[in-house]
Design a protein around this ligand. Structure first.
Ligand code: ADP
Length: 509
């Protein structure tokens, strides 16, 4: 056997038989030992150097101090290297005595010198065993060290730390004592861990914690509520992991108090709700202002026209020809219709601010509907652009709300006509496109400034280039609601002084 120790092992061999001692010394040196010889017990004790001797072999039968006396004295040293007692044949009683005193092994001095053969391997085994003991002690020390480090870290942690085993709390740090409003750790130790988890989230938290014990899983940032000893609740973030605590498996829970954070979040949510409410309020007040401006301006024109016709009729009826009288009555009627339409539009816009546009669909002949919408402008007295119509031959009846879609056609055509010069054309086209119908109205009029295009669907909004052209700014807002009520899409492309193209896609219902 070859020695594999870090340094050459050094033996102190105490033996009064000098010849035997030298013989054994040689053998041991051949096996890689370094040997110090002492010829009697006294010399042995003098020679003994606790720093340098790794193992001691001592003969029992020596004059003055015998082996047992030497062992007795040596064991007062601490630590002491392993000692082997060499006894005479049939002297087992002494061997037992020596082991009791602290010898680690014994060897019997047989007559044929077999023990000389045995000695090196006995010493080597002892040394190997010693080395193992040493390593074990070092490992234990390291563990004690890391446990001490763990404790001081955990003690100082600002987060509450609770360690439990078999569902019972076995450790809590100061922060946990404070968090759970206990008077001291003693109030919590030995208590079931379940008592500190609030019932509102118990099942969810408990099932996650169980997984740390069964599957060794970690729990990362679980939001939960703990129950303080005074019965109040405390919101926490929970992290948990399986650990070895005091040599046995356990679960460590880290509890972070999030009460303050939750309060701040709640306050932020409230501010946000308030901000949205304020914005809505402002939007509504803007809407009201724009409405007042529009009403006072736009409603005045038809009222003035109707009033002047009525006044003329009253004053000069007798002097008027019958067709002149009818003309004035028609004008009054037309202005009343215009006013009625405006009132209807205002009420529709206000309703759609609060509820989704209702549509009552029925199979409708869109070709006929568009013919009626175009015909509506035939009676216009003033010159206006021509309307060119192009309708797909394949167009078959479609499920739409006829009254609402007629409103869409009329409004888009009316815009195209009023915002274009009379010598241009307006094109109305209807084509079947994929799973729906595409209606397009194209004009070559004043167009809409690019920066205002996003706003023209807002109620009462009118682009700044409308000049003297009358309008309430309500039509497009209603049109958009109707199209979206049909789950359709409306798009506007426009360029100032080039023209505008409005596309409405209505999907098959
Ligand atoms: P209005 O009664 O003012 O026409 P709408 O809601 O129908 O109201 O349209 C909103 C605004 O969009 C109009 O005031 C105008 O500025 C712009 N607009 C709509 N259609 C056209 C168009 N075809 N050409 C130019 N501008 C248009």
């Amino acid at each position: 056997m070859q020695l594999t120790f870090e340094k050459t092992p050094r033996v102190l061999y105490i033996e009064d038989d000098r010849g035997l001692a030298l013989l054994l010394k040689k053998r041991l040196e051949r096996q890689g030992f370094e040997v110090d010889l002492a010829v009697n017990g006294e010399e042995g004790l003098k020679l003994f150097d606790p720093e340098n001797h790794d193992v001691i072999a001592v003969d029992q039968n020596m004059p003055d101090l015998d082996g047992l006396d030497v062992i007795k004295t040596l064991t007062s040293y601490n630590p002491i290297p392993p000692i082997v007692m060499i006894t005479g044949n049939g002297d087992e009683r002494v061997a037992v005595e020596a082991m009791k005193l602290g010898a680690r092994d014994y060897i019997v001095k047989d007559m044929d010198g077999g023990y000389l053969e045995l000695m090196p391997s006995v010493l080597m085994q002892l040394l190997a065993h010693e080395q193992l003991l040493h390593e074990k002690r070092a490992a234990e020390e390291k563990l004690r060290d890391s446990e001490a480090r763990y404790r001081s870290l955990v003690e100082l942690s600002p987060d509450g730390i609770v360690v439990y085993r078999d569902d019972t709390i076995v450790y809590v740090n100061e922060a946990a004592v404070r968090l759970l409003q206990a008077a001291s750790a003693g109030d919590l130790l030995g208590e079931p861990v379940a008592t500190v988890i609030h019932q509102d989230c118990f099942e969810m938290v408990w099932s996650r914690l169980q997984r740390t014990q069964i599957g060794g899983e970690q729990v990362r940032l679980l939001e939960g509520t703990m129950c303080r000893l005074d019965g109040h609740r405390v919101d926490v973030e929970i992290m948990a992991a399986p650990i070895v605590f005091e040599h046995a498996p356990a679960t460590q829970m880290i509890l972070r108090d999030v009460t303050e954070r939750k309060r701040a979040e709640e306050a932020q949510r409230e501010t946000e709700t308030l901000r949205i409410a304020l914005e809505k309020e402002k939007e509504l007040s803007d809407l009201k202002t724009r409405m007042m401006v529009t009403i006072s301006h736009e409603f005045r024109t038809p009222l003035t026209i109707a009033f002047s016709s009525a006044e003329l009729l009253e004053r000069f009826q007798n002097r008027m020809k019958p067709e002149q009288q009818t003309g004035h009555l028609r004008r009054i009627e037309a202005q009343i219709k215009r006013l009625t339409q405006m009132v209807d539009d205002v009420s529709m816009v206000f309703h759609s601010t609060f509820e989704r546009m209702m549509v009552n669909t029925e199979l409708t002949d869109l070709r006929e509907l568009s013919r009626l919408a175009v015909a509506q402008f035939d009676s216009d007295e003033q010159p206006r652009p021509r309307i060119q119509t192009s309708i797909d031959d394949d167009l078959s009846p479609i499920l739409i709300d006829p009254a609402r879609i007629r409103y869409v056609l009329t409004n888009l055509l009316s815009n195209a006509l009023k915002y274009s010069s009379p010598d241009t054309d307006v094109l109305l086209s209807i084509v079947c496109r994929g799973s729906g119908i595409l209606i397009q109205i194209v004009d070559h009029g004043i167009g809409i400034p690019a920066e205002e295009q996003a706003r023209i669907f807002e109620p009462f909004y009118r682009a700044r280039n409308v000049g003297m052209v009358g309008g309430t700014g309500l039509g497009l807002s209603i049109v958009k609601d109707i199209v979206e009520g049909h789950r359709g899409i409306i798009r506007i492309e426009s360029e100032v002084n080039k023209g505008t193209s409005v596309s409405v896609f209505l999907p098959q219902q």
